[in-house]
Design a protein around this ligand. Structure first.
Ligand SMILES: CC(C)(COP(=O)(O)OP(=O)(O)OC[C@H]1O[C@@H](n2cnc3c(N)ncnc32)[C@H](O)[C@@H]1OP(=O)(O)O)[C@@H](O)C(=O)NCCC(=O)NCCS
Length: 208
């Protein structure tokens, strides 16, 4: 089944996960706007095409058409009905997160050793509870949490090491807190982790 699962963190939010197992022909059965068609046709990487189309299949399951999604100049997606949306894809997984009233951010990452190479760029206060040289699993979670928080901010231009702060957690924990503090924008969110098939899924929202 390509729709792997739907998580409902709150009654007004859902995370839809697609496992891309189909060939391109099967995924291309979804209807696209001219703009999306043009975007897909420019993608040289077949996996990127599949991910884009899988996201449209997830949107359909959530009750939306491709034309219901628009992007601002920074690449942040918006839904025509005003609900909040966040999108992520990595290799053979695609994820759409929707929150009816509040912000939501999502990120899916394949766990890879090379995260240690960029750790210094995105780790700030978190160095108190993570080893930058060998803690691949924790670093992947923190990176995913920061990418998710980044996707919430309306304007971008976020410094990952200083504007984004993830509270300490153990790998046995399923959640923690994340703070996005840049100028007047200062919000703290609940951060959730799920691991499967060598991937780390992170989503952030307020659950109360
Ligand atoms: C935009 C960014 C978050 C995308 O992350 P990624 O891991 O490359 O890719 P993902 O698959 O998780 O996310 C891609 C989706 O994010 C969404 N997105 C892109 N820009 C966005 C933005 N400014 N705000 C919110 N969402 C955004 C889009 O929906 C995109 O998918 P789509 O265009 O197919 O719809 C990332 O490339 C980025 O720019 N990060 C910030 C800068 C940075 O990396 N700093 C590093 C500090 S060490």
């Amino acid at each position: 089944m390509p729709l792997l699962k739907i998580i409902e963190p709150t009654p007004k939010s859902k995370i839809l996960i697609w496992h891309v197992t189909e060939n391109l022909d099967e995924l291309e059965t979804i209807s696209l706007t001219d703009r999306s068609q043009e975007r897909v046709s420019k993608m040289k990487n077949q996996m990127a095409r599949k991910a884009f189309l899988s996201v449209r299949h997830l949107l359909k399951i959530a009750g939306y058409k491709d034309e219901d999604v628009t992007y601002n100049e920074n690449g942040k997606p918006f839904l025509s009905d005003g609900k909040n949306i966040s999108i992520s894809h990595s290799f053979e997984y695609a994820v759409v997160a929707i929150n009816n009233e509040d912000s939501i951010g999502v990120d899916i990452e394949k766990k890879r050793d090379k995260i240690v190479r960029i750790a210094k760029k995105f780790i700030g206060v978190e160095k108190s509870f993570v080893d930058l040289e060998k803690d691949i699993e924790k670093l992947t979670r923190i990176w995913g949490a920061k990418e998710s928080l980044f996707k919430i901010h309306p304007e971008g231009a976020i410094q990952f090491d200083t504007h984004l702060m993830i509270s300490p957690f153990e790998m046995t924990d399923k959640q923690t807190k994340g703070r996005l503090h840049k100028n007047d924008f200062d919000e703290t969110y609940d951060v959730f982790f799920e691991e499967f098939d060598g991937f780390c899924l992170v989503y952030v929202l307020n659950i109360d």
